[in-house]
Design a protein around this ligand. Structure first.
Ligand SMILES: Nc1ncnc2c1ncn2[C@@H]1O[C@H](COP(=O)(O)OP(=O)(O)OP(=O)(O)O)[C@@H](O)[C@H]1O
Length: 628
């Protein structure tokens, strides 16, 4: 089959693009598809002109790679294998030396992001080549690496060394890791979750709608929690911002006075990574009663420490043994249970660090938690703990009477917090909530002395000792160097997340590019022009779309290669001077075109669409306005 090869430059108008811009050569190709044998035939082109350095504005991209049409072989994973050197403009370069072969009709390649690329053409053996003009060519001696030179495109920076081992484990990918993806998607799904039919009649409460219970709402009002008040939890969406929140409702609660709102304001200002932030507190009759609502940040997929570690499925080893077995027998079974189920010590210290960190802020703000309980601490992924019920006790008990010294009261509650922390750590170490009951404490401490370090035991003993006046700051030396381990783990995890994020930034960039391509390709009409998408610049982009996405093997089967797609899009985004060969669908014509030209076509065509569009929005608009 005969193919006509056209070298196209700048002349983007005219229908079709195959208007003869240059001489052509005929190439025999048996299959007609874009495959290697065809490519090898094309690479017979003389190398000399094609390897000449090409200067883009003040920056020269000196490439040793042949610029011959390269189809399958060009799918190497790097953007451009050639070394890229930044060359400053040299006065000598600006004088254009005329060459007999250079035709004055050569049109400078039009502005690509303000980068003018001029060109001349030359006929070698019947094939026309286009080169940058002398003014643009730069001598190697002029090369001066200018570190301040900024480009309008990003080059994929590779993977940081410390991530590579992890990457090797996970398997390199263009996308965010599967585990993280699943986790985030799961959270999204939970955030979008809607109440089923049973709760369809839940009202809108002030600015919060789409209420969805986070636990079964007990129909029995005798099911009391929170100091005698029935309580329920909902996810709700803020009507104005669309942000999800968590509402804790106390049923049938009448607020006597508004003094407690002073403390509420203190809680609202408390911001810490281990605290569920309180947003607001209000009363409502929307449920048909007097309800008190506490609005907190919503953390999808969280569960309480109680449900995570103290499952009711397993019998508690510390539960009173009614059988007539000797005490030693029960102690042995507790030991066995503890050995089989015990939490790793580093995890317990991890929790201690998080909880003490939150308590430190709370106490130093003149407040007390008062709900340090496994049911009021939520845990999300990566063992992140958060105190989830802050401020409720202060409002419900509302002890702001004149007779009470508020400072003394807070100090008392802070001491209670520390005792509660000791019990919590003991319960976690024994995996038993019954272990913290007064009669079990000595057995429990004995048990943990056998399983954990003396540091952990000492911390628990300190917190549970009734005599001393304790302080949260006393715990810091007890935690000691474990802080550094925790920090190191956190920093490593941040680096992993940043690496995952950087991949998605690249994907976002390519998505915007594809959004532009998709907006242009196959558009039925623009400004009453039904042939718009099939002519001029758009025709080039259509062929490019085929080149990127519709490659086939020699025998016509689809060739799906992500690396090829990503590489082509990256080169398009960068507008590199590398040329590719595009073929019309009827296989009668081929066009040799550079990515820089294609990028220009894309920008031009997209602008045409934007200019005709009444609404210019979101990503595409941002992207476009940034570049214009
Ligand atoms: N801020 C929050 N974001 C998301 N889910 C939360 C949040 N706070 C609590 N939850 C979830 O709501 C559910 C109920 O929480 P709650 O604090 O009422 O615990 P509980 O074990 O039911 O305690 P109680 O028996 O005292 O009501 C739990 O599954 C918990 O994980």
């Amino acid at each position: 089959m005969d193919h006509q090869v056209y070298y196209r430059f700048a002349q983007t108008n005219g229908v079709p693009q195959e208007s003869k811009l240059a001489n052509y050569m005929n190439i025999q190709n048996s299959s007609g598809s874009l495959h290697q044998s065809f490519q090898s035939k094309l690479s017979i082109e003389p190398k000399k002109p094609l390897t000449s350095p090409q200067c883009v504005g003040g920056t020269s991209l000196v490439s040793s790679a042949p610029a011959s049409p390269n189809i399958f072989n060009s799918f190497t994973p790097t953007l451009d294998p050639s070394p890229i050197r930044c060359v400053s403009d040299h006065p000598e370069n600006s004088s254009q030396s005329a060459s007999p072969n250079r035709v004055s009709s050569c049109s400078p390649m039009s502005d690509v992001n303000n980068i003018a690329v001029a060109a001349y053409q030359e006929n070698v053996g019947g094939t026309t080549y286009f080169y940058p003009t002398t003014s643009e060519t730069c001598h190697a001696t002029d090369v001066a690496v200018n570190s301040n030179l900024t480009s309008d495109y990003n080059v994929y920076p590779g993977t940081p060394n410390h991530i590579t081992s992890l990457k090797a484990k996970q398997g390199a990918s263009f996308f965010i890791s599967k585990d993280l993806q699943m986790e985030l998607m799961n959270r999204n799904a939970l955030t979008l979750m809607q109440a089923n039919q049973q709760y369809a009649d839940l009202p809108q409460v002030e600015n919060y709608h789409e209420l969805c219970p986070l636990e079964r709402i007990p129909s029995n009002s005798l099911h009391k929690t929170h100091l005698g008040y029935q309580a329920s939890m909902y996810k709700a969406i803020h009507t104005k911002t669309g942000t999800p929140y968590c509402l804790r409702r106390l049923h049938g609660f009448r607020l006597q006075n508004a003094k407690c709102m002073v403390v509420v304001d203190l809680w609202k200002n408390l911001n810490h990574s281990n605290i569920v932030q309180l947003q607001e507190v209000f009363t409502t009759k929307a449920f048909g009663d007097n309800s008190l609502i506490f609005v907190y940040d919503y953390y999808p997929g969280s569960e309480t420490l109680l449900s995570k570690y103290f499952s009711s499925d397993q019998p508690d080893p510390f539960a009173p043994d009614t059988s007539p077995r000797p005490y030693s027998h029960q102690k042995n079974s507790i030991l066995r249970h503890q050995q089989n189920n015990k939490l790793p010590e580093f995890l317990i210290w991890n929790y201690i660090i998080q909880l003490t960190s939150a308590l430190r802020l709370i106490h130093s703000s003149g407040l007390a938690c008062r709900s340090l309980d496994p049911t009021k601490i939520i845990i999300t992924s990566k063992n992140r703990l958060r105190l989830s019920c802050l401020g409720v006790m202060d409002v419900v008990l509302n002890e702001n009477s004149a007779s009470v010294n508020p400072l003394a009261l807070v100090q008392h509650y802070q001491q209670e917090d520390l005792t509660a922390l000791g019990k919590l750590v003991l319960a976690l170490a024994c995996k038993s909530t019954v272990a913290v009951q007064r009669e079990n404490i000595s057995t429990a401490v004995d048990i943990i002395s056998r399983s954990y370090t003396s540091d952990l035991r000492n911390l628990i003993m300190y917190l549970l000792s009734p005599q001393q006046r304790k302080s949260i700051t006393d715990l810091m030396p007890m935690i000691g160097a474990r802080f550094y381990t925790q920090m190191d783990n956190l920093h490593s995890y941040i680096e992993v997340l940043e690496y995952e994020l950087s991949k998605e930034i690249e994907n976002g960039r390519l998505f915007r590019l594809m959004a532009k391509l998709g907006t242009i390709n196959e558009r039925p009409e623009l400004n009453m022009d039904g042939a718009w998408a099939e002519t001029g610049d758009r025709y080039m982009l259509k062929l490019f779309r085929d080149y990127v996405f519709h490659q086939v093997t020699e025998d016509g089967r689809p060739w799906v290669d992500m690396a090829h797609i990503v590489q082509c899009l990256n080169k398009l985004d960068a507008g590199v001077p590398e040329k590719i060969c595009l073929m019309s669908r009827d296989e009668q014509s081929m066009l040799v075109v550079s990515y820089a030209e294609l990028k220009h076509c894309l920008e031009q065509s997209f602008h045409e669409i934007l200019n005709a569009s009444p609404v210019k929005k979101d990503l595409i608009e941002c992207e476009t306005e940034k570049k214009v």
